[in-house]
Design a protein around this ligand. Structure first.
Ligand SMILES: [Zn+2]
Length: 349
């Protein structure tokens, strides 16, 4: 497979190599970049410098005819443009792959936003919350659609087409039973990792259950109840209102203990095919199936870590592990490890 023999090499940037490999195996994004489709839909006032540099990296990775077959692709120019756009990343310390992914997708989105003028000229903040009276839940889906439409009026790009979904947060006041519902867009889900169980492992389903389980909020942490007009004890529950084409799930292995950040080493198992996200969506939405195509792994400690990527090759040759400039084929059961950090799933058509 031609894609196998190409890889990135840059000192101290394993987080970047791993994330770029995962994104370069995101079919919709790769195809968009390879044909430079953003040039046709240029609406933004900005020059798409980062998008150009990112596409150039992808072009080099997927260039099967070039002489440079079997050599490494240097993402240095892309990274330096990225650091100029996001000064937060200009230091030399170890960076987090998940943070990098978020910043990268956000910057790319800004450069190729089909609605840049609305975003720049509109002063009115985007409304997020709506209140629904107890037993009056029928209007929820219409309100969610209206909210989504309003989001697209300001933010609409290939990145949104692929990665953006909508989360619904339901708040229930335990004093007066008043319900309120908020909608938020997301580009990835950050899932809690279960504490080590007797069997030593956990599953993605458990992480998703934890993420969507009802959470009791005490008076200090709860928003004002509109009916009681004060802070009351309430419960909050997150569900997915709108499913993205690509769902990125981050296993949040880093937890603050009293004195330091700890990294959970619980092995979380995850399905490679037919992950059903339906149970975390709107009531009666039916099965919503996703298939895994990339995993970003993190090994080591919080400060001294190393990132690699495992990606499913689209020529049917199976999975490959990308460890900076080294690429090796791996078996499916090698994918499941305590190092799995960010999972990339594609929605089945
Ligand atoms: Zn209340």
């Amino acid at each position: 497979s031609p894609s196998v023999s190409l890889s990135l090499a840059l000192f101290l940037s394993c987080f970047l190599n791993a994330v770029v490999q995962c994104l370069s195996h995101t079919r919709g994004l790769r195809d968009y970049c390879l044909v430079k489709a953003y040039r046709q839909e240029m609406c933004s006032r900005e020059e798409p410098h980062l998008m150009e540099a990112f596409s150039q990296v992808l072009l080099s990775l997927w260039d099967v005819n070039e002489e440079n077959h079997n050599t490494e692709v240097n993402p240095g120019k892309f990274y330096s443009i990225f650091k100029d756009a996001v000064p937060y990343f200009s230091g030399y310390s170890q960076q987090d792959a998940q943070e990098f992914l978020r910043f990268l997708l956000d910057r790319l989105h800004c450069e190729i936003n089909r609605r840049p003028y609305v975003r720049l000229t509109s002063l009115e903040p985007e409304p997020k919350c709506t209140t629904v009276r107890y037993r009056d839940m029928e209007g929820i889906d219409e309100q969610a659609s209206a909210m989504w439409k309003r989001h697209l009026e300001r933010d609409d790009s290939k990145i949104v087409d692929l990665f953006t979904g909508q989360l619904r947060s339901s708040l229930h006041c335990s004093v007066c039973s008043h319900y309120s519902t908020c909608f938020d867009v997301f580009c990835d889900l950050s899932l809690p990792v279960p504490k080590r169980s007797a069997t030593g492992g956990g599953s993605l389903r458990e992480c998703l259950d934890l993420f969507t389980q009802e959470e009791k909020l005490d008076k200090e942490n709860t928003p004002m109840c509109e009916r009681c007009n004060r802070r009351t004890e309430s419960t909050k529950r997150l569900t997915i209102q709108r499913f993205p084409q690509v769902i990125v799930m981050h296993l949040n292995r880093f937890a603050m203990s009293r004195y330091m950040v700890c990294r959970s080493t619980v092995c979380v198992s995850f399905p490679l095919t037919s992950l059903d996200m339906g149970p975390y969506g709107p009531v009666d939405c039916g099965p919503v199936l996703y298939d895994l195509y990339a995993v970003c792994n993190h090994s080591g400690t919080v400060n001294m870590g190393h990132y690699t990527a495992c990606c499913l090759e689209n020529d049917g040759s199976g999975w490959c592990c990308y460890n900076d400039s080294c690429v090796t084929p791996i078996s499916e059961n090698q994918l499941q490890s305590a190092q799995a950090y960010v999972l990339f799933y594609q929605r089945r058509k």
